[in-house]
Design a protein around this ligand. Structure first.
Ligand SMILES: *[C@@H]1O[C@H](CO)[C@@H](O)[C@H](O)[C@H]1NC(C)=O
Length: 394
């Protein structure tokens, strides 16, 4: 009798424990909201339902995406009314975009969009943008839709993305726009080298964004840093194929936020169009770039390993014979080694209205076909120290 009483109360306490534990951790499995891991059933509503529940929870909440492929259309996760500041997506599975790109594009230009969220994290999982059909359209015809960004965060704080894979995005893979404090790590981005506009990670109007330990191979910039960014830290990135790590394009608008305090540390570039680039439109702007460190980069067969291009004017439209108003200053290149795929490995093509100033080169060694590459400078001032090959033209 005593034993069965004990047994009963143990079982009873266990039930109470489980009930409280699950309420406390707030776990929401998308399959409980009707998602199907078959890659065919539209699971959009299930994801929206799981988000609504997680967002309404007063305790930290986890949205669980089990293994399998979940077809999801354009979806917005809004955080304005959430009752907690800790919603985490634990992903074992893959989210698949509709292969008919008009389906996604029609709505917002974003596939998976977060807006005004605080404390959202995404761990693991894969996002498959199914961009192949759209790229084929863009590569062969005009009047194709622009396409959707795979994963976008707008006006958000304290975002963490870790161990996420994004493949075959229609447009940008990941966008961080008007955010403060975002950390992206162990991210894996892949799309073919000829897929148009598939930037890996684009950051704009944001501060305190850190991108670490990530592999990015795509058809456009691996990482692009737009106007209005400060305090960016980018470290341990493998880039290629792609267009490199780029600050810009900047200066498209006459009134524009500047870019300052950016560190790019330990990066490898393999077969990319650019390595470390700063790019501005050749037209009036109050934009600027200052306090940038490019450190410990290895170039392997890169067309423009080091480049500042202030004469960007695609198709020579809307910027005829103008100079860039973007002022570039205090840019450091330290320990940049490897091979260039073209003769000119270091090019500073600065604005004649706002010449580049305080560029410093320290320990640069770039070869072209087993001999030192060349450098070219216009309107660029600065200093060099240590061994610098090609010899500085600053
Ligand atoms: C520059 O940015 C880093 C983060 O990348 C930050 O730790 C540091 O405080 C910033 N420096 C200034 C002067 O704001």
């Amino acid at each position: 009798m005593a034993v069965s009483k004990l047994g009963f109360s143990l079982v009873f306490s266990f039930i109470i424990y489980v009930t409280f534990a699950s309420a406390g951790s707030g776990s929401y499995n998308v399959q409980s909201y009707g998602a199907k891991p078959d890659g065919k059933t539209d699971s959009t509503k299930a994801f929206v339902g799981a988000w609504a529940a997680a967002c309404a929870s007063t305790a930290p909440a986890t949205i669980y995406v089990p293994a399998g492929r979940f077809l999801v259309g354009s979806v917005t996760f809004g955080g304005q009314t959430c009752k907690n500041n800790a919603i985490s997506f634990q992903m074992d599975g893959t989210l698949v975009a509709p292969s008919d790109y008009n389906n996604v594009v029609g709505k917002s230009g974003n596939w998976i969009k977060f807006e005004k969220v605080t404390g959202v994290s995404i761990s693991g999982g894969t996002l498959d943008g199914q961009g192949t059909a759209l790229w084929a359209c863009k590569n062969s015809a005009k009047n194709c839709p622009q396409g959707a960004t795979t994963l976008a965060f707008y006006n958000s704080n304290n975002v963490v993305i870790s161990g996420l894979s994004s493949q075959n995005s229609q447009m940008f893979h990941i966008l961080i726009d008007r955010c403060h404090n975002a950390k992206l790590q162990e991210v894996k981005i892949s799309a073919p080298g000829n897929s148009p506009n598939t930037d890996g990670i684009h950051v704009q109007s944001s501060s305190a964004v850190t991108i670490l330990n990530s592999h990015i191979g795509t058809g456009d910039d691996c990482i692009s840093i737009g106007p209005g960014n400060s305090n960016l830290w980018i470290e341990n990135i493998a880039c290629g194929p792609g267009h490199g790590i780029s600050i810009g394009s900047l200066g498209k608008e006459e009134q524009e936020g500047g870019v300052q305090n950016v560190t790019v540390k330990t990066a490898t570039f393999t077969g990319t169009q650019n390595g470390l680039r700063i790019k501005t439109w050749a037209k009036p702007s109050n934009g600027f770039v200052k306090n940038v460190v490019f450190q410990h980069a290895v170039m392997s067969d890169v067309q423009n390993p080091i480049i500042i291009d202030q004469n960007y004017c695609p198709n020579h439209q809307n910027c005829p014979h103008q100079s860039s108003g973007v002022k570039i200053s205090d840019i450091k290149y330290e320990d940049i080694h490897g091979t260039s795929a073209t003769e000119v490995a270091m090019k500073f093509d600065c604005s004649n209205r706002e010449p580049c100033s305080d560029i410093t080169l320290d320990d640069v060694n770039l070869m072209y076909k087993d001999h030192p590459a060349q450098a070219s400078c216009s309107n660029a001032g600065g200093t060099s120290s240590g061994l610098v090959t090609p010899a500085s033209c600053l």
